[in-house]
Ligand binder design. Structure first.
Ligand code: AHM
Ligand code: MG
Length: 332
């Protein structure tokens, strides 16, 4: 290892040493997600030249066509995590039901929720996509298999959350409640290298990210908010919308701004899923000094009642999200 270069493994071990009671269980979970993501990254990079893109013959719980890479990424995440003896259950966007740990493996106290490949409609046009994950700890002292109810805890109680962005480079960004740290994959050695320690989201930004094609379906508060920021003479806002949540969020994390996927007439609960899309990114946002809301309350205070529950999401710099809440509360 070059002097001065910190890889993910070293970073996790150093963090682990700061918690004298830590058993290393959590460290191995994050490392294993990192391992799965390297394999997914390799396949994503090959997607243009290997005949892997295209639709698999299956539909997920939301009635959406699954892309082959979705299925592949889902398998890799499960295979990387199921045998560690650290988890008691998993939940994935690509699986209708709870994923139990095979009986031949020991069970642990943690739960993992993930969207193995988010923004998958972008795969066949060579646009950035991502993996999102949240790690929870079961609330009771029971041993053995976990159940759906174990996941029904507020995001604020999450142990760790993060994402991997398959972009012009592959990056892993995670937080275990001790700041947000970003690692860039060095493909020449296959290692995640600490490139963005202690990431902070600017308090205010100039970017708004919304699918404006849905404008006519939004409520008045959201329409008024958009009109307000467009007419802000002090801040010249600019619009950026990739349609890939991880990529839109990551850009706003670095540059500041807001991403909103609100509820609308066709989707009264919004589009994005609470457990493995909204909550993990909300955890990262808050850890980086930003904020995430559903228009009524902070995302991290929402207690899920279903594995695949949808939630409206406004996430980003504190100033922009606070302002959006003022419109949603009818104060502006
Ligand atoms: P997916 O999980 O099926 O990939 O959908 C989630 C994606 C997000 O990445 C993105 O923010 C959103 O859907 C875009 O939706 P829309 O195309 O309606 O703007
Ligand atoms: Mg998704």
């Amino acid at each position: 290892m070059e002097q001065g270069v910190t890889n993910l493994n070293r970073f996790l071990l150093e963090q682990q040493r700061e918690f004298p009671g830590a058993t290393g269980g959590f460290t191995i979970l994050i490392e294993s997600i990192g391992f799965a993501s390297k394999i997914i990254s390799r396949e994503v990079n090959k997607a243009g030249i290997v005949n892997i893109i295209g639709r698999a013959q299956s539909t997920n719980v939301h009635g959406e066509d699954q892309q082959k890479l979705d299925v592949y990424a889902d398998k890799k995440m499960i295979q990387a995590l199921d045998h560690l003896g650290k988890l008691c259950a998993m939940a994935s966007e690509e699986n209708d039901d709870l994923i139990l740990i095979p009986s031949k493996y020991p069970k642990g106290k943690y739960l993992a929720a993930f969207d193995p490949l988010d923004g998958s409609s972008n795969i066949d046009v060579n646009i950035s996509i991502g993996t999102i994950f949240g790690i929870y700890k079961r609330k009771d002292d029971k041993e053995g298999d976990g159940c759906c109810e174990d996941f029904y805890q507020p995001g604020r109680d999450m142990v760790a959350a993060g994402y991997i962005l398959y972009g012009s480079s592959t990056m892993m960004v995670y937080s275990a409640g001790n700041g947000v740290h970003g690692f860039t994959l060095d493909p020449s050695v296959g290692e995640y290298i600490l490139s963005h320690p202690n990431m902070q989201m600017p308090d205010r930004g100039k970017i708004y990210s919304m699918n404006e094609a849905n404008y006519n379906l939004w409520d008045d508060a959201t329409k008024k908010y958009l009109s307000y920021i467009k007419n802000d003479v002090d801040t010249k806002y600019t619009s950026r919308y990739i349609g890939s949540l991880v990529a839109d969020f990551h850009r706003n994390l670095l540059k500041g701004g807001i991403f909103i996927y609100p509820e609308d007439k066709n989707n009264p609960d919004g589009k994005l899923r609470l457990l493995y899309e909204c909550a993990p990114l909300a955890f990262i946002a808050e850890q980086a000094g930003g904020r995430a809301v559903n228009g009524k309350e902070d995302i991290l205070d929402v207690v899920p009642t279903g594995l695949h529950q949808r939630e409206p999401l406004a996430i980003g710099s504190k100033y922009e999200v606070d302002l959006y809440m003022k419109f949603k509360r009818g104060e502006l």
